[in-house]
Design a protein around this ligand. Structure first.
Ligand SMILES: NC(=O)c1ccc[n+]([C@@H]2O[C@H](COP(=O)([O-])OP(=O)(O)OC[C@H]3O[C@@H](n4cnc5c(N)ncnc54)[C@H](OP(=O)(O)O)[C@@H]3O)[C@@H](O)[C@H]2O)c1
Length: 249
């Protein structure tokens, strides 16, 4: 898919990795809307700055992934502004420790709702709209990319609901890819170590200790992987590991 001028929705785009994806796709000439939940100030500042830099509209939209009934309205908001949606990037997620003997029902529900249920219903709303659109010259009507985690395939002691949410996301990608072929591709980028959680102070060496390539991944490298899955039309149902070799151990 040629990305220039495409209408893109990115969840959780105000901060950290999502912010890097927003910046990359805006600079590539996409028409970008991104969501924020708590980071309203950062979101509005980012939309204003990128809009001023590029002369394009960049939309910052409030969205709570737990409110799945609002997903269709979010897609309609892009359609009202630009008449379509070409790309959905599912980046928003929560991540925190949940040791099994202290894990509460509220934590279980929050992690599964934000990281799995919310992304499914937003993908459903976006794909329903994409299917109505005229295909591009290569027969593509839309693209969905989920940001996942190699933790979906590992055995950690204290992150069970988070890991289940990402394992479910990987399966969701494959099931949607089967359903939405041939005109919509659905893929995931499974990350390992990119950025420590906010407030966690850790040296780059300690943070990357499980990474054979010896360093954390860079946000530009995540953006590059997302771009590959958007530009290439012959990959669907794939979970691309961007993990510095983490899964070799
Ligand atoms: N950081 C890493 O090294 C790493 C490693 C593996 C996988 N990943 C994956 O990569 C993605 C981005 O990671 P990150 O570290 O940049 O994440 P992050 O700092 O935890 O940011 C998560 C984003 O999710 C949004 N969000 C949280 N709760 C929400 C809700 N209820 N509704 C809507 N949005 C909500 C936040 O929005 P607000 O700030 O506006 O509230 C924020 O933009 C995630 O899917 C994560 O699982 C990251």
């Amino acid at each position: 898919m040629e990305l220039t001028g495409k209408v893109v929705l990115i969840t959780g785009g105000a901060v950290r990795i999502g912010r890097g994806l927003v910046e990359d796709l805006v600079r590539l000439g996409c028409r970008v809307a991104f969501t924020y939940h708590r980071s309203r100030v950062e979101a509005e500042e980012l939309a204003r700055r990128l809009g001023a830099e590029t002369g394009q509209d960049v939309l910052a939209l409030s969205y709570d992934a737990r409110r799945v009934q609002e997903a269709p309205a979010l897609v309609e908001r892009l359609c009202a502004h630009w008449g379509r949606i070409d790309v959905l990037v599912l980046n928003a997620a929560r991540f925190y420790r949940t040791p099994w003997d202290a894990l509460s029902e509220a934590q279980w529900d929050e992690l599964l709702e934000i990281n799995l249920k919310g992304p499914f219903f937003l993908a459903q709303a976006a794909a329903r709209q994409m299917r109505l659109q005229e295909p591009d010259p290569n027969g593509i009507r839309g693209k969905i990319v989920a940001i996942s985690d190699v933790a979906a395939e590992l055995v950690w002691r204290s992150y069970l609901p988070y890991q289940i949410s990402k394992a479910g996301l990987n399966l969701m990608v494959r099931v949607l890819a089967r359903n939405l072929a041939p005109s919509i591709t659905v893929n995931a980028v499974a990350l390992s170590t990119i950025l420590p959680e906010p407030g966690r102070s850790v040296s780059p060496e300690a943070f990357a200790q499980d990474i054979p390539l010896g360093r954390p991944g860079r946000i530009e490298e995540v953006a590059h992987a997302v771009r590959f899955l958007l530009e290439n039309d012959f990959v669907t149902g794939h979970v691309l590991h961007l993990d510095g070799g983490r899964m070799l151990r």
